[in-house]
Ligand binder design. Structure first.
Ligand code: FO1
Length: 311
């Protein structure tokens, strides 16, 4: 079995590719919940929804979040009535927020809600939140701290970040269904999807049981670089690296992850960094990592799986 850590747009695309190639019992996708927040009475789980929509093939490929073919009557009416308009909830997307809220109110755990929603979207693969308990990414700047969605959406990632913290991570336990996957001897590899290292992968690694599990791993960890040609494929990863004093390069990312990652999949645009990454003791696969459509996501997934499992 392969366990993939995923968040955001790159996570959704990679998870969709892996799910297209691997049968349900051979893939578990662990999803970041640090982006989650309470908004208009809903518990919004952006990365769980991005991954679920991408695997189900109903995601909006342009934005990377929300639904394809979305309509905005609800938001138009909210704005007309003077409600909060900065965080857009599409009419189709709204159904998931309402169903999740009802289920949570009835006492279901986030992982149970996610499994039930995935079933309704025809997904058999295990898509599991990193914890059923709340973990919230806080974006630190010189003067203050922002909640993640405030920073990412309302402030459009403008603030200059000095670091991140994951409120609630220390007490966060992994969901039972993830505990089972982690304990099973069937895990042959872990894949870090090409997600933002600071606000998608790090929150997952901040969950103590996941960090300990990977620290004493008996299998290789393979990371797909979210940085291509010195820039992030999507989102603020390169900007964050610069603000944290790192070169926005794949090589700098390899150094940043250190021993947490054994193998790297990098894009052809960064082929000239392969030798330097190998000198750091890492195996490197150079390939086309741009997942511009579902066929390319599946093709990359095949390459990543073969590379991740190679003895
Ligand atoms: N991102 C935006 O930039 N603007 C939005 O209005 C917005 C709404 C939204 C609604 C539901 C959802 O699941 C995600 C949404 N996102 C939006 C993306 C969200 O900020 C995610 O956290 C990012 O995709 C980063 O993972």
């Amino acid at each position: 079995m392969i366990v993939a850590l995923a968040g955001g747009v790159g996570g959704g695309r990679m998870a969709a590719g892996l799910a297209a190639v691997l049968p349900p019992r051979e893939l578990t996708v662990v999803v970041n919940t640090g982006d989650d927040f309470e908004h208009m009475g809903f518990t919004i789980c952006p990365d769980l929804d991005s991954v679920m929509y991408a695997v189900a093939g109903v995601n909006n490929p342009q934005t990377g979040w929300g639904r394809a073919g979305e309509t905005w009557a609800f938001m138009d009416e909210i704005k007309r009535c003077g409600g909060e308009g900065w965080f857009n909830l599409g009419d189709r997307d709204l159904a998931v927020h309402v169903l999740r809220r009802e289920a949570l109110r009835r006492g279901a755990t986030l992982s149970e809600v996610t499994r039930d929603l995935c079933t309704r979207f025809g997904i058999e693969h295990a898509i599991v939140p990193m914890s059923d308990m709340p973990v919230r990414t806080r974006v630190k700047t010189k003067s203050q701290e922002h909640s993640f969605q405030d920073y990412f959406v309302r402030l459009r990632c403008k603030p200059h970040t000095t670091g991140f913290r994951f409120a609630g991570a220390r007490a966060a336990r992994v969901p039972l269904m993830l505990q089972r996957s982690m304990e099973s001897t069937q895990v042959e590899a872990v894949v870090f999807c090409p997600s933002n290292p600071f606000v998608s992968i790090s929150p997952i690694l901040a969950v103590p049981a996941i960090r300990a599990w990977l620290k004493q791993r008996k299998f290789p960890v393979t990371a797909v670089s979210p940085i291509v040609g010195g820039a992030a494929v999507k989102g603020p990863a390169a900007k964050m690296m610069r603000e944290l004093g790192l070169q926005p390069s794949t090589l700098a990312l390899v150094r940043h992850y250190g021993d947490a990652v054994d193998r790297w999949v990098i894009d052809r645009q960064d082929a000239r960094q392969a030798a330097a990454i190998e000198r750091l003791g890492k195996r490197v696969l150079v390939t086309d990592t741009l997942m511009t459509n579902r066929r390319k996501s599946a093709a990359l997934a095949r390459c990543v799986i073969n590379f991740a499992l190679k003895k």
